[in-house]
Ligand binder design. Sequence first.
Ligand code: HEC
Length: 166
Amino acid sequence: MPVRLQIQRRSWRLAGVSALLGMVSATCIAAATPEPSLELSHAEREGLIFERQQTMSQLQRDGELLGNIVAGLAAREKLGEATRAIANGARDALRDYQNRVPGGRSKPEVWSNNADFMARMEAFARNAEAMAQAGEAGNIALVTERMIEAMPCKQCHDIYREPKKP
Ligand code: HEC
């Protein structure tokens, strides 16, 4: 089972998260979803949600750094590092969402319209990789050009992310 393998590979990270979340598991209400990861415990599911949120938060930081570099507000020497970090983050996000775990601020449409969602994640990962190659070559003009397709953050959030609760 791919999900199992992934859990095992990442269990060292999840162990801490699971311990943390063990205390809230009593309040868990299982959400219905097509092909849910039934064999996962509540704590494991919460750990996977936490993990994809961490991936996204890191993307936010790396995206801000890249924005500052392109705007001339941060050192241009960091272009390769920043674009590579975004490409890695996009790949991580794609991998994170291979676990079908409803919850967090992922809208139900992530699962009910999963083919479209995953196609967007794949395009994100592919285009961010192309941007990282330009970044590592030090080509800021090409990075700027590729950024549009490599950073489809808002387009996806507008459709698939719940707004923050007040
Ligand atoms: C294909 C869809 C998609 C793309 C592309 C995407 N995101 Fe997200 N993002 C989501 C979803 C869905 C969530 C909600 C995660 C959850 O809570 O389950 C999210 C959550 C977040 C969060 C909140 C994390 C938290 O701690 O709750 C941030 C910040 C974020 N994304 C930043 C980014 C940035 C920056 C990019 C682009 C570089 C990006 N995202 C690209 C779908 C996407």
